[in-house]
Design a protein around this ligand. Sequence first.
Ligand SMILES: [Zn+2]
Length: 251
Amino acid sequence: MARMPDADWKPISINHTVGGQVEVRGVVIHIMAGTLAGTDSWFRNPAAQASSHFGTGKQGALVQWVDTKDRSWTQALGNRSWISIENEGKGGDELTDAQLDANARVLAWAHTEHGVPLQLADDPTGYGLGHHSMGGIPWGNHPHCPGPRIIIQKSEILRRARAIVNGSPATVAGPTPWPGRMLRYTTGKPLMYGQDVRVWQAALIRAGYGSVVIDGSFGPHTRTATRAFQRAAGLVDDGIVGPLTWHAGTR
Ligand SMILES: [Zn+2]
């Protein structure tokens, strides 16, 4: 048996091949195009003919449906030698910060349990952290799974998995370099969006502003929390994250 201790074990009795895993080359990232709950019930439907070893929810839930000694039915020809993770969300999404952590924990566990090397895989001949579309037609031809934004996030998942394996909690942030742009909310303009916003939102939560959502979008709620943070830190409470505010929050 190969079950990940900190995943929520929710075995499915159908839609997988018992003992079918011939080797484990790595971990393959997917996007559900749906919810964790919906995917859970779909994998229990005989009509699905589909399953995954692991699944994540946007808030960080991590479930294991299939033992990694068994073969899940996720990426056609790739099933026999890869562990799969389905992530809640729709095509074009980024993974949430909590999902990045969950994926990193699976990769770190796969490294310890199955010897998966902590590196990126970009095609089916590789080893490490892969993604569905890299398998092309033999893997079922899913060119949009998990999508370009999540493929970019693979390096962050890898970084966190290495931190876990090296024994340093990945969620403890050291001094984080100033991202080089002022983060702010401006009425009537598109929301600023990106990994730097996500890092800042995580800093707000660590500072006690727990109602902030780490969604990478700098909206009015993030501005309100930023102002409160600035007041508490003795800074000008303009709601704009410049270098002083950034370093006060992320150090
Ligand atoms: Zn997929």
